[in-house]
Ligand binder design. Structure first.
Ligand SMILES: NC(=O)C1=CN([C@@H]2O[C@H](COP(=O)(O)OP(=O)(O)OC[C@H]3O[C@@H](n4cnc5c(N)ncnc54)[C@H](O)[C@@H]3O)[C@@H](O)[C@H]2O)C=CC1
Ligand SMILES: O=C([O-])CC(=O)C(=O)O
Length: 358
């Protein structure tokens, strides 16, 4: 191969990751091999998944882990920066999902067309001293724009929303979808899986168990005192001293801040979040495929409290949430914490709703 044609082929193949493969991208050289010339795989069955914010701290490991997921046949990576590099890199992994990159707002709608699942980790993270609510001013607008495009191009997709403050961004997404006439409460899920992952880990440490054997429901929301671990419902059944309950509740509620402080200005949890997001997305995909009895905690349109949105256990199915499960019996400590959490949640929900309605 001539040096030039090698370079052309390389340029063309990299460029092709930024476009659907049926677009001819060989304007750089003519004779080079492009995705259009590759033999088709014959339609690998699986789901189409888009990640919005794919080049970020969460987005990159999340994209890598979703490329490894056998239920994914097409993976669209969208960001406002750096998607060519991330897409090129991830596309070399020898797993079956076809990866395509989309860069900048004018490629957003193409990134979303026909998707079954959209995962959103787009937006700014916290620095030490900030609350999640301090991210509202920037992230609210980002989530609004992304959800407007989802309503246009994949209104039936399941949406996994990670961007903070989740307690307000989920209500924002719901309002955008309501305005567009596409809102389906079964399909919009705020991702609180990291709270469950942390709770399982910290409880396992205290009890001397393998975290994989521990299941802690975490309800409420995803910020400070709205994060409510139900230690009275831990599996396997466990009893805790009041001191252990206080320690565990505080550590689970402040797990995010623990990471923000340790990263000292370099962002918030990314790797454990990518792990948690993939665990949650995989549960959604298995349920979409028809696997029964998949129960996860998520921040959803609430059917189990008087609040409009609340994180609780849901049964996932072919249409997203199939059933909103009741909170179950609470301890006195949990009942008192729930009342405090509800007050803060109501304010955060209202803030999100009025951002769209104002
Ligand atoms: N739900 C949860 O449990 C958690 C939520 N988070 C939240 O996730 C979000 C992302 O965190 P990181 O990945 O660490 O931040 P990051 O700054 O590393 O990455 C964010 C990415 O979003 C992209 N982005 C910005 N505006 C965009 C737009 N309009 N469209 C598409 N992409 C856009 C950026 O270019 C960047 O690549 C933050 O809001 C953070 O607070 C973080 C950890 C846990
Ligand atoms: O704490 C943050 O800002 C990020 C986050 O939501 C978490 O790690 O739970």
């Amino acid at each position: 191969m001539e040096p030039n044609s090698y370079a052309n082929s390389r340029i063309t193949r990299i460029a092709s990751h930024l476009n659907p493969p049926n677009l001819k991208m060989n304007e750089h050289g003519g004779s080079s091999l492009t995705n259009v010339h590759c033999r088709a795989k014959g339609g690998t069955p699986g789901f189409k998944v888009a990640i919005l914010g794919a080049a970020g701290g969460i987005g990159q490991p999340l994209s890598m882990l979703m490329k490894m997921n056998l239920l994914v046949s097409v993976l669209h990576l969208y960001d406002v920066v750096n998607t060519p590099g991330v897409t090129s890199d991830i596309s070399h992994m020898d797993t079956s999902a076809v990866v395509r990159g989309f860069l900048g707002q004018n490629q957003l709608e193409d990134a979303l067309t026909g998707m079954d699942l959209v995962i959103i980790p787009a937006g700014v993270p916290r620095k030490p001293g900030m609350t999640r609510d301090d991210l509202f001013n920037i992230n609210a607008g980002i989530v609004k724009t992304l959800c407007e495009a989802i309503a246009k191009r994949c209104p039936k997709a399941i949406v996994n929303l990670i961007s903070n403050p989740v307690n307000s961004t989920v209500p924002i997404a719901a309002e955008v979808f309501k305005r567009a006439g596409t809102y389906d409460p079964k399909r919009l899920l705020g991702v609180t899986m990291l709270d469950v992952v942390r709770a399982n880990t910290f409880v396992a440490e205290v009890m001397g168990l393998d975290p994989r054997d521990v299941d802690v429901p975490v309800v409420g929301g995803h910020a400070g005192i709205t994060i409510l671990p139900l230690l009275s419902q831990v599996k396997p059944p466990s009893s805790f001293t009041p001191k252990e309950i206080e320690y565990l509740t505080d550590r689970i509620q402040n797990g995010g801040t623990e990471v923000v402080e340790a990263k000292a200005g370099a962002g918030s949890a990314t790797l454990s979040m990518a792990y948690a997001a993939v665990k949650f997305a995989d549960a959604c995909l298995r349920a979409l495929k028809g696997e029964a009895d998949i129960i996860q905690c998520a921040y959803v349109d609430s059917q189990v409290t008087e609040l409009p949105f609340f994180a609780s256990k849901v049964r996932l199915g072919r249409n997203g949430v199939e059933e909103f499960l009741p909170l179950g019996p609470l301890s006195d400590y949990e009942r008192a914490s729930l009342e405090k959490a509800k007050k803060e949640l109501a304010t955060s929900v209202e803030k999100g709703v009025s951002f769209i309605r104002k």
